[in-house]
Design a protein around this ligand. Structure first.
Ligand code: NDP
Length: 445
Protein backbone atom coordinates (compact mmCIF):
# COMPACT_ATOMS: atom_id res chain seq x y z
CA UNK A 1 0.00 0.00 0.00
CA UNK A 2 1.14 3.61 -0.59
CA UNK A 3 2.46 5.10 2.70
CA UNK A 4 -0.23 7.82 2.64
CA UNK A 5 -3.16 5.38 2.18
CA UNK A 6 -1.63 3.14 4.84
CA UNK A 7 -1.47 6.09 7.27
CA UNK A 8 -5.07 7.05 6.56
CA UNK A 9 -6.27 3.49 7.08
CA UNK A 10 -4.45 3.33 10.43
CA UNK A 11 -6.14 6.58 11.52
CA UNK A 12 -9.56 5.26 10.47
CA UNK A 13 -9.09 2.07 12.47
CA UNK A 14 -7.88 3.94 15.53
CA UNK A 15 -10.56 6.61 15.39
CA UNK A 16 -13.40 4.13 14.81
CA UNK A 17 -12.67 1.12 17.03
CA UNK A 18 -14.93 -1.96 16.97
CA UNK A 19 -16.42 -1.12 13.58
CA UNK A 20 -15.12 -3.97 11.39
CA UNK A 21 -17.63 -3.47 8.57
CA UNK A 22 -16.63 0.17 8.26
CA UNK A 23 -12.94 -0.78 8.27
CA UNK A 24 -13.61 -3.39 5.57
CA UNK A 25 -15.39 -0.89 3.31
CA UNK A 26 -12.69 1.76 3.77
CA UNK A 27 -9.84 -0.69 3.26
CA UNK A 28 -11.24 -1.90 -0.05
CA UNK A 29 -11.64 1.64 -1.37
CA UNK A 30 -8.25 2.86 -0.16
CA UNK A 31 -6.57 -0.17 -1.66
CA UNK A 32 -8.11 0.66 -5.06
CA UNK A 33 -7.04 4.30 -4.73
CA UNK A 34 -3.36 3.50 -4.27
CA UNK A 35 -2.45 4.12 -7.94
CA UNK A 36 -4.48 7.35 -7.95
CA UNK A 37 -2.58 8.64 -4.91
CA UNK A 38 0.67 7.85 -6.70
CA UNK A 39 -0.47 9.67 -9.85
CA UNK A 40 -2.21 12.69 -8.29
CA UNK A 41 -0.03 14.27 -5.54
CA UNK A 42 -2.76 16.80 -4.70
CA UNK A 43 -4.79 13.98 -3.08
CA UNK A 44 -2.16 13.78 -0.34
CA UNK A 45 -1.33 17.50 -0.34
CA UNK A 46 -4.98 18.35 0.38
CA UNK A 47 -5.34 15.35 2.71
CA UNK A 48 -8.42 14.36 0.74
CA UNK A 49 -8.48 10.72 1.82
CA UNK A 50 -8.58 11.44 5.53
CA UNK A 51 -11.31 14.00 4.92
CA UNK A 52 -13.38 11.56 2.83
CA UNK A 53 -13.09 8.87 5.53
CA UNK A 54 -14.48 11.11 8.29
CA UNK A 55 -18.29 11.53 8.28
CA UNK A 56 -19.47 15.13 8.10
CA UNK A 57 -22.07 14.39 10.77
CA UNK A 58 -23.50 11.50 12.79
CA UNK A 59 -26.74 11.47 14.77
CA UNK A 60 -27.53 8.76 17.33
CA UNK A 61 -30.84 8.93 19.12
CA UNK A 62 -33.25 7.08 21.38
CA UNK A 63 -36.47 5.82 19.81
CA UNK A 64 -39.15 4.93 22.38
CA UNK A 65 -42.31 3.28 21.18
CA UNK A 66 -45.25 1.26 22.49
CA UNK A 67 -46.26 -2.24 21.38
CA UNK A 68 -49.85 -3.47 20.97
CA UNK A 69 -49.97 -4.60 24.59
CA UNK A 70 -48.96 -1.16 25.86
CA UNK A 71 -45.38 -2.11 26.76
CA UNK A 72 -42.68 0.52 26.20
CA UNK A 73 -39.65 -0.36 24.09
CA UNK A 74 -36.43 1.46 23.43
CA UNK A 75 -34.39 1.22 20.22
CA UNK A 76 -31.49 3.19 18.88
CA UNK A 77 -31.76 5.36 15.76
CA UNK A 78 -28.92 6.51 13.50
CA UNK A 79 -28.37 8.91 10.63
CA UNK A 80 -24.91 9.42 9.22
CA UNK A 81 -24.40 12.20 6.67
CA UNK A 82 -21.04 11.15 5.29
CA UNK A 83 -20.34 13.49 2.42
CA UNK A 84 -22.43 16.24 0.80
CA UNK A 85 -19.96 17.54 -1.74
CA UNK A 86 -21.97 16.28 -4.73
CA UNK A 87 -25.48 17.04 -3.46
CA UNK A 88 -27.85 16.60 -0.52
CA UNK A 89 -27.09 13.55 1.63
CA UNK A 90 -28.80 10.53 0.09
CA UNK A 91 -29.07 6.93 1.26
CA UNK A 92 -31.52 4.46 2.73
CA UNK A 93 -32.73 3.53 6.20
CA UNK A 94 -32.18 -0.01 7.48
CA UNK A 95 -34.32 -1.55 10.23
CA UNK A 96 -32.64 -4.76 11.39
CA UNK A 97 -31.61 -6.03 14.85
CA UNK A 98 -27.93 -6.20 13.79
CA UNK A 99 -27.72 -2.47 13.00
CA UNK A 100 -25.00 -0.55 14.87
CA UNK A 101 -23.21 2.70 14.17
CA UNK A 102 -20.46 0.82 12.28
CA UNK A 103 -23.04 -0.80 9.99
CA UNK A 104 -24.50 2.56 9.08
CA UNK A 105 -21.06 4.08 8.56
CA UNK A 106 -19.99 1.32 6.17
CA UNK A 107 -23.19 1.73 4.18
CA UNK A 108 -22.94 5.54 4.12
CA UNK A 109 -19.30 5.38 3.03
CA UNK A 110 -20.14 3.02 0.15
CA UNK A 111 -23.01 5.29 -0.78
CA UNK A 112 -20.70 8.28 -1.43
CA UNK A 113 -18.93 6.43 -4.25
CA UNK A 114 -22.07 4.76 -5.57
CA UNK A 115 -23.96 8.05 -5.78
CA UNK A 116 -21.01 9.68 -7.48
CA UNK A 117 -20.96 6.92 -10.12
CA UNK A 118 -24.57 7.70 -11.05
CA UNK A 119 -23.46 11.27 -11.99
CA UNK A 120 -26.65 12.56 -10.33
CA UNK A 121 -26.40 15.27 -7.66
CA UNK A 122 -26.42 13.20 -4.49
CA UNK A 123 -24.12 13.05 -1.48
CA UNK A 124 -23.68 9.90 0.61
CA UNK A 125 -25.62 8.99 3.75
CA UNK A 126 -27.32 6.09 5.50
CA UNK A 127 -29.45 5.60 8.58
CA UNK A 128 -31.59 3.14 10.42
CA UNK A 129 -32.25 1.39 13.68
CA UNK A 130 -31.78 -1.88 15.52
CA UNK A 131 -35.59 -2.17 15.54
CA UNK A 132 -36.80 -5.52 14.14
CA UNK A 133 -40.00 -5.10 12.12
CA UNK A 134 -40.33 -8.87 11.64
CA UNK A 135 -43.44 -10.18 13.40
CA UNK A 136 -44.61 -6.68 14.40
CA UNK A 137 -48.13 -5.52 13.58
CA UNK A 138 -48.77 -2.59 11.23
CA UNK A 139 -49.71 -0.50 14.28
CA UNK A 140 -46.44 -1.27 16.04
CA UNK A 141 -44.40 -0.49 12.92
CA UNK A 142 -46.33 2.77 12.50
CA UNK A 143 -45.71 3.87 16.09
CA UNK A 144 -42.04 3.02 15.78
CA UNK A 145 -41.73 4.97 12.51
CA UNK A 146 -43.52 7.98 13.97
CA UNK A 147 -41.24 8.05 16.99
CA UNK A 148 -38.14 7.56 14.80
CA UNK A 149 -39.19 10.47 12.58
CA UNK A 150 -39.59 12.87 15.52
CA UNK A 151 -35.82 12.99 15.83
CA UNK A 152 -34.91 12.22 12.20
CA UNK A 153 -36.98 15.18 10.99
CA UNK A 154 -34.46 17.57 12.58
CA UNK A 155 -31.75 16.30 10.26
CA UNK A 156 -33.44 15.85 6.87
CA UNK A 157 -35.02 17.98 4.14
CA UNK A 158 -35.35 17.90 0.37
CA UNK A 159 -32.17 19.99 -0.09
CA UNK A 160 -30.39 18.65 3.00
CA UNK A 161 -30.75 14.91 3.41
CA UNK A 162 -33.13 12.56 1.60
CA UNK A 163 -33.54 9.07 3.12
CA UNK A 164 -35.06 6.03 1.35
CA UNK A 165 -35.60 2.33 2.11
CA UNK A 166 -33.17 -0.53 2.67
CA UNK A 167 -33.43 -3.83 4.55
CA UNK A 168 -36.65 -3.82 6.61
CA UNK A 169 -37.83 -0.49 5.19
CA UNK A 170 -40.21 -0.74 2.25
CA UNK A 171 -43.24 1.18 1.00
CA UNK A 172 -45.18 0.63 4.25
CA UNK A 173 -42.46 2.13 6.45
CA UNK A 174 -41.75 4.99 4.02
CA UNK A 175 -45.49 5.82 4.11
CA UNK A 176 -45.56 6.07 7.90
CA UNK A 177 -42.32 8.08 7.94
CA UNK A 178 -43.58 10.49 5.28
CA UNK A 179 -46.93 11.00 7.00
CA UNK A 180 -45.22 11.83 10.28
CA UNK A 181 -42.69 14.18 8.64
CA UNK A 182 -45.51 16.11 6.97
CA UNK A 183 -47.27 16.55 10.32
CA UNK A 184 -44.10 17.68 12.06
CA UNK A 185 -42.95 20.29 9.56
CA UNK A 186 -46.35 21.46 8.31
CA UNK A 187 -45.23 21.16 4.68
CA UNK A 188 -45.99 18.74 1.85
CA UNK A 189 -42.39 18.17 0.85
CA UNK A 190 -42.46 15.10 -1.46
CA UNK A 191 -38.72 15.22 -2.14
CA UNK A 192 -37.78 14.58 1.48
CA UNK A 193 -38.03 10.79 1.15
CA UNK A 194 -37.78 8.49 -1.84
CA UNK A 195 -39.27 5.05 -2.32
CA UNK A 196 -42.74 6.50 -1.77
CA UNK A 197 -45.80 4.77 -3.17
CA UNK A 198 -46.51 5.99 -6.71
CA UNK A 199 -49.94 7.23 -5.64
CA UNK A 200 -48.47 10.04 -3.51
CA UNK A 201 -45.26 11.17 -5.14
CA UNK A 202 -43.25 8.01 -5.70
CA UNK A 203 -41.66 7.13 -9.01
CA UNK A 204 -42.78 4.33 -11.26
CA UNK A 205 -39.89 1.91 -11.57
CA UNK A 206 -38.35 2.66 -8.14
CA UNK A 207 -39.50 -0.64 -6.64
CA UNK A 208 -37.88 -2.54 -9.51
CA UNK A 209 -34.82 -0.31 -9.91
CA UNK A 210 -32.12 -2.01 -7.81
CA UNK A 211 -32.85 -5.53 -9.05
CA UNK A 212 -33.39 -4.51 -12.67
CA UNK A 213 -30.33 -2.25 -12.58
CA UNK A 214 -28.16 -5.05 -11.25
CA UNK A 215 -29.21 -7.30 -14.11
CA UNK A 216 -28.66 -4.51 -16.67
CA UNK A 217 -25.14 -4.12 -15.26
CA UNK A 218 -24.54 -7.88 -15.41
CA UNK A 219 -25.73 -7.96 -19.03
CA UNK A 220 -23.20 -5.23 -19.85
CA UNK A 221 -20.48 -7.33 -18.21
CA UNK A 222 -21.52 -10.35 -20.27
CA UNK A 223 -21.32 -8.29 -23.46
CA UNK A 224 -17.60 -7.70 -22.83
CA UNK A 225 -17.24 -11.47 -23.34
CA UNK A 226 -19.55 -11.48 -26.39
CA UNK A 227 -22.08 -13.38 -24.27
CA UNK A 228 -25.46 -12.69 -22.61
CA UNK A 229 -27.58 -13.88 -19.68
CA UNK A 230 -30.07 -15.57 -21.96
CA UNK A 231 -30.32 -19.28 -21.21
CA UNK A 232 -28.00 -19.05 -18.19
CA UNK A 233 -28.76 -20.83 -14.92
CA UNK A 234 -28.74 -18.26 -12.13
CA UNK A 235 -28.92 -18.14 -8.34
CA UNK A 236 -30.15 -15.08 -6.41
CA UNK A 237 -29.74 -14.87 -2.65
CA UNK A 238 -32.40 -13.13 -0.55
CA UNK A 239 -36.07 -12.77 -1.42
CA UNK A 240 -36.65 -9.13 -0.57
CA UNK A 241 -37.02 -6.08 -2.76
CA UNK A 242 -33.69 -6.37 -4.59
CA UNK A 243 -33.81 -10.15 -5.05
CA UNK A 244 -37.40 -10.25 -6.34
CA UNK A 245 -36.79 -7.71 -9.10
CA UNK A 246 -33.43 -9.17 -10.04
CA UNK A 247 -35.22 -12.49 -10.54
CA UNK A 248 -37.97 -10.80 -12.54
CA UNK A 249 -35.52 -9.13 -14.96
CA UNK A 250 -33.37 -12.26 -15.27
CA UNK A 251 -36.43 -14.27 -16.23
CA UNK A 252 -37.49 -11.57 -18.70
CA UNK A 253 -34.06 -11.84 -20.36
CA UNK A 254 -34.44 -15.61 -20.72
CA UNK A 255 -32.29 -16.75 -17.80
CA UNK A 256 -33.40 -19.59 -15.52
CA UNK A 257 -33.28 -18.69 -11.81
CA UNK A 258 -33.20 -21.89 -9.77
CA UNK A 259 -32.66 -20.75 -6.17
CA UNK A 260 -33.27 -17.93 -3.71
CA UNK A 261 -33.26 -17.61 0.09
CA UNK A 262 -34.30 -15.82 3.24
CA UNK A 263 -32.58 -15.73 6.61
CA UNK A 264 -34.13 -19.10 7.56
CA UNK A 265 -33.18 -21.18 4.52
CA UNK A 266 -33.02 -21.65 0.76
CA UNK A 267 -35.33 -22.95 -1.93
CA UNK A 268 -34.00 -24.86 -4.90
CA UNK A 269 -36.40 -25.23 -7.80
CA UNK A 270 -34.50 -26.89 -10.69
CA UNK A 271 -37.28 -26.10 -13.18
CA UNK A 272 -37.01 -22.37 -12.43
CA UNK A 273 -38.55 -20.30 -9.62
CA UNK A 274 -42.21 -19.33 -9.76
CA UNK A 275 -41.94 -15.62 -9.01
CA UNK A 276 -45.68 -15.10 -8.51
CA UNK A 277 -45.54 -17.42 -5.49
CA UNK A 278 -42.50 -15.62 -4.07
CA UNK A 279 -44.07 -12.20 -4.53
CA UNK A 280 -47.26 -13.36 -2.84
CA UNK A 281 -45.33 -14.83 0.10
CA UNK A 282 -42.94 -11.92 0.55
CA UNK A 283 -44.72 -8.79 -0.67
CA UNK A 284 -48.31 -9.58 0.23
CA UNK A 285 -48.33 -12.05 3.11
CA UNK A 286 -44.94 -11.23 4.70
CA UNK A 287 -44.54 -15.00 5.12
CA UNK A 288 -41.47 -17.25 5.21
CA UNK A 289 -39.97 -18.77 2.08
CA UNK A 290 -40.36 -22.28 3.55
CA UNK A 291 -44.01 -22.16 2.45
CA UNK A 292 -42.97 -22.12 -1.24
CA UNK A 293 -42.53 -25.89 -1.35
CA UNK A 294 -46.14 -26.46 -0.27
CA UNK A 295 -47.16 -24.95 -3.63
CA UNK A 296 -44.28 -26.28 -5.77
CA UNK A 297 -43.82 -29.88 -4.78
CA UNK A 298 -40.80 -30.45 -7.05
CA UNK A 299 -38.84 -27.72 -5.29
CA UNK A 300 -36.76 -28.38 -2.18
CA UNK A 301 -36.43 -26.26 0.93
CA UNK A 302 -33.31 -26.51 3.05
CA UNK A 303 -33.41 -24.83 6.44
CA UNK A 304 -30.16 -22.97 7.07
CA UNK A 305 -28.81 -24.14 3.69
CA UNK A 306 -25.98 -22.51 1.78
CA UNK A 307 -27.31 -21.10 -1.49
CA UNK A 308 -23.84 -20.96 -3.08
CA UNK A 309 -23.79 -24.78 -3.15
CA UNK A 310 -26.38 -24.66 -5.93
CA UNK A 311 -24.60 -24.92 -9.29
CA UNK A 312 -25.07 -21.87 -11.51
CA UNK A 313 -23.44 -19.86 -14.29
CA UNK A 314 -24.28 -16.48 -12.75
CA UNK A 315 -24.77 -15.58 -9.09
CA UNK A 316 -26.49 -12.51 -7.64
CA UNK A 317 -25.96 -11.97 -3.89
CA UNK A 318 -28.94 -9.77 -2.98
CA UNK A 319 -29.44 -10.29 0.77
CA UNK A 320 -26.85 -8.78 3.08
CA UNK A 321 -23.17 -8.03 3.79
CA UNK A 322 -20.51 -10.74 3.91
CA UNK A 323 -22.90 -13.49 2.82
CA UNK A 324 -20.48 -14.89 0.20
CA UNK A 325 -17.17 -16.05 1.73
CA UNK A 326 -13.91 -17.24 0.18
CA UNK A 327 -15.07 -20.85 0.52
CA UNK A 328 -18.40 -19.99 -1.13
CA UNK A 329 -16.58 -18.26 -3.98
CA UNK A 330 -14.42 -21.38 -4.48
CA UNK A 331 -17.60 -23.47 -4.64
CA UNK A 332 -19.12 -21.17 -7.25
CA UNK A 333 -15.97 -21.37 -9.37
CA UNK A 334 -15.83 -25.15 -9.06
CA UNK A 335 -19.44 -25.41 -10.23
CA UNK A 336 -18.81 -23.30 -13.35
CA UNK A 337 -20.00 -19.84 -12.30
CA UNK A 338 -18.78 -17.15 -14.72
CA UNK A 339 -20.32 -13.98 -13.26
CA UNK A 340 -21.15 -12.52 -9.85
CA UNK A 341 -23.06 -9.23 -9.66
CA UNK A 342 -23.76 -7.79 -6.21
CA UNK A 343 -27.33 -6.61 -5.65
CA UNK A 344 -26.65 -6.23 -1.92
CA UNK A 345 -24.08 -3.93 -0.30
CA UNK A 346 -20.70 -5.60 0.29
CA UNK A 347 -22.12 -9.16 0.21
CA UNK A 348 -18.80 -10.72 -0.85
CA UNK A 349 -15.97 -10.88 1.68
CA UNK A 350 -12.50 -9.63 0.63
CA UNK A 351 -11.36 -13.29 0.42
CA UNK A 352 -14.38 -14.06 -1.78
CA UNK A 353 -13.55 -11.20 -4.15
CA UNK A 354 -9.94 -12.38 -4.45
CA UNK A 355 -11.00 -15.93 -5.30
CA UNK A 356 -13.49 -14.77 -7.92
CA UNK A 357 -11.15 -12.28 -9.56
CA UNK A 358 -8.21 -14.69 -9.60
CA UNK A 359 -10.42 -17.31 -11.24
CA UNK A 360 -11.43 -14.95 -14.02
CA UNK A 361 -15.07 -14.64 -12.89
CA UNK A 362 -16.66 -11.35 -13.96
CA UNK A 363 -17.22 -9.59 -10.63
CA UNK A 364 -19.53 -6.55 -10.38
CA UNK A 365 -19.21 -4.82 -6.97
CA UNK A 366 -22.35 -3.48 -5.27
CA UNK A 367 -21.45 0.17 -5.45
CA UNK A 368 -21.66 -0.11 -9.23
CA UNK A 369 -24.02 -3.04 -9.81
CA UNK A 370 -26.71 -2.01 -7.31
CA UNK A 371 -26.61 1.72 -8.04
CA UNK A 372 -29.89 1.45 -9.97
CA UNK A 373 -31.93 1.92 -6.79
CA UNK A 374 -30.41 5.21 -5.78
CA UNK A 375 -30.39 6.31 -9.41
CA UNK A 376 -34.14 6.02 -9.65
CA UNK A 377 -34.38 7.67 -6.23
CA UNK A 378 -32.52 10.56 -7.85
CA UNK A 379 -35.06 10.49 -10.68
CA UNK A 380 -37.85 10.46 -8.09
CA UNK A 381 -36.32 13.63 -6.58
CA UNK A 382 -36.27 15.23 -10.03
CA UNK A 383 -39.93 14.38 -10.58
CA UNK A 384 -40.85 15.69 -7.12
CA UNK A 385 -38.95 18.94 -7.71
CA UNK A 386 -40.99 19.60 -10.84
CA UNK A 387 -44.25 18.11 -9.42
CA UNK A 388 -44.49 15.74 -12.39
CA UNK A 389 -44.60 11.97 -12.98
CA UNK A 390 -42.82 10.08 -15.69
CA UNK A 391 -44.02 6.83 -17.26
CA UNK A 392 -42.51 3.49 -16.28
CA UNK A 393 -40.93 3.19 -19.73
CA UNK A 394 -39.27 6.60 -19.42
CA UNK A 395 -37.80 5.80 -16.01
CA UNK A 396 -36.67 2.33 -17.08
CA UNK A 397 -34.98 3.74 -20.18
CA UNK A 398 -33.09 6.28 -18.06
CA UNK A 399 -32.14 3.51 -15.62
CA UNK A 400 -30.72 1.40 -18.44
CA UNK A 401 -28.74 4.39 -19.68
CA UNK A 402 -27.34 5.08 -16.20
CA UNK A 403 -26.31 1.45 -15.62
CA UNK A 404 -24.63 1.32 -19.01
CA UNK A 405 -22.81 4.53 -18.21
CA UNK A 406 -21.64 3.24 -14.81
CA UNK A 407 -20.41 0.08 -16.49
CA UNK A 408 -18.50 2.20 -19.01
CA UNK A 409 -16.96 4.27 -16.20
CA UNK A 410 -15.76 1.12 -14.43
CA UNK A 411 -14.25 -0.28 -17.61
CA UNK A 412 -12.59 3.04 -18.42
CA UNK A 413 -10.87 3.51 -15.04
CA UNK A 414 -9.92 -0.15 -14.71
CA UNK A 415 -8.19 0.17 -18.09
CA UNK A 416 -6.60 3.55 -17.30
CA UNK A 417 -5.05 2.18 -14.12
CA UNK A 418 -3.73 -0.96 -15.78
CA UNK A 419 -6.23 -3.51 -14.45
CA UNK A 420 -8.66 -4.18 -17.32
CA UNK A 421 -11.71 -6.14 -16.16
CA UNK A 422 -11.23 -5.15 -12.50
CA UNK A 423 -14.63 -3.61 -11.75
CA UNK A 424 -13.75 -3.07 -8.08
CA UNK A 425 -10.90 -0.77 -9.00
CA UNK A 426 -12.93 0.82 -11.80
CA UNK A 427 -15.90 1.58 -9.54
CA UNK A 428 -13.84 2.92 -6.64
CA UNK A 429 -11.66 5.13 -8.82
CA UNK A 430 -14.56 6.23 -11.04
CA UNK A 431 -16.63 7.22 -7.98
CA UNK A 432 -13.66 8.94 -6.35
CA UNK A 433 -12.86 11.18 -9.32
CA UNK A 434 -15.96 13.39 -9.13
CA UNK A 435 -15.71 13.62 -5.35
CA UNK A 436 -12.08 14.58 -5.34
CA UNK A 437 -12.52 17.38 -7.87
CA UNK A 438 -15.56 18.75 -6.03
CA UNK A 439 -13.82 18.63 -2.64
CA UNK A 440 -10.77 20.39 -3.99
CA UNK A 441 -13.01 23.01 -5.62
CA UNK A 442 -14.99 23.62 -2.42
CA UNK A 443 -11.85 24.48 -0.44
CA UNK A 444 -11.58 23.60 3.22
CA UNK A 445 -14.58 21.27 3.71
P1 NDP B 1 -35.31 -6.52 2.10
O1 NDP B 1 -35.51 -6.26 3.54
O2 NDP B 1 -36.41 -6.27 1.15
O3 NDP B 1 -34.82 -8.03 1.87
C1 NDP B 1 -33.66 -8.51 2.46
C2 NDP B 1 -33.54 -9.98 2.13
O4 NDP B 1 -32.29 -10.45 2.60
C3 NDP B 1 -34.59 -10.83 2.80
O5 NDP B 1 -34.85 -11.96 2.03
C4 NDP B 1 -33.92 -11.20 4.11
O6 NDP B 1 -34.44 -12.39 4.70
C5 NDP B 1 -32.49 -11.41 3.67
N1 NDP B 1 -31.58 -11.08 4.77
C6 NDP B 1 -31.46 -9.90 5.42
N2 NDP B 1 -30.55 -9.97 6.39
C7 NDP B 1 -30.08 -11.22 6.35
C8 NDP B 1 -29.11 -11.92 7.10
N3 NDP B 1 -28.45 -11.33 8.11
N4 NDP B 1 -28.88 -13.21 6.77
C9 NDP B 1 -29.54 -13.80 5.76
N5 NDP B 1 -30.48 -13.20 5.01
C10 NDP B 1 -30.74 -11.93 5.31
O7 NDP B 1 -34.01 -5.66 1.71
P2 NDP B 1 -33.53 -5.20 0.27
O8 NDP B 1 -33.87 -6.24 -0.73
O9 NDP B 1 -33.99 -3.82 0.06
O10 NDP B 1 -31.95 -5.11 0.48
C11 NDP B 1 -31.10 -6.22 0.25
C12 NDP B 1 -29.68 -5.73 0.07
O11 NDP B 1 -29.60 -4.82 -1.03
C13 NDP B 1 -29.08 -4.99 1.27
O12 NDP B 1 -27.69 -5.23 1.32
C14 NDP B 1 -29.29 -3.52 0.88
O13 NDP B 1 -28.41 -2.65 1.55
C15 NDP B 1 -29.02 -3.59 -0.61
N6 NDP B 1 -29.55 -2.50 -1.42
C16 NDP B 1 -30.89 -2.23 -1.42
C17 NDP B 1 -31.39 -1.23 -2.22
C18 NDP B 1 -32.85 -0.98 -2.35
O14 NDP B 1 -33.23 -0.18 -3.21
N7 NDP B 1 -33.71 -1.62 -1.58
C19 NDP B 1 -30.48 -0.38 -3.01
C20 NDP B 1 -29.10 -0.81 -3.01
C21 NDP B 1 -28.67 -1.82 -2.21
P3 NDP B 1 -35.46 -12.28 5.94
O15 NDP B 1 -36.71 -11.74 5.36
O16 NDP B 1 -35.55 -13.66 6.46
O17 NDP B 1 -34.79 -11.33 6.91
Amino acid sequence: MHPYTERVLAVVKERNPDEPLFHQAVEEVLHSLDPVVAKMPEVEELNLLERICEPERQAIFRVSWQDDKGRMHVNRGFRVGFNSVLGPYKGGLRFHPTVQLGTIKFLAFEQIFKNSLTTLMMGGAKGGSDFNPKGRSDGEVMRFCQSFMIELSRHIGDHTDVPAGDIGVGAREIGYLFGQYKRLVNRYEPGVLTGKDVRYGGSLGRKEATGYGCVYFAEEMMKTKQDSLEGKTCVVSGSGNVAIYAIEKLQALGAKVVACSDSDGIIHDPEGLDLDIIKDLKEVRRARLAEYVKLRTKAQYKAGGNIWEVACQAAFPCATQNELSGADAALLVKNGCKLVAEGANMPTTPEGITVLQKSGVLFGPGKAANAGGVSVSGLEMQQNASWTNWSFEEVDKKLQGIMKNIHGTCVHYAGEYGQPGDYVLGANVGGFMRIVYAMAAHGLV
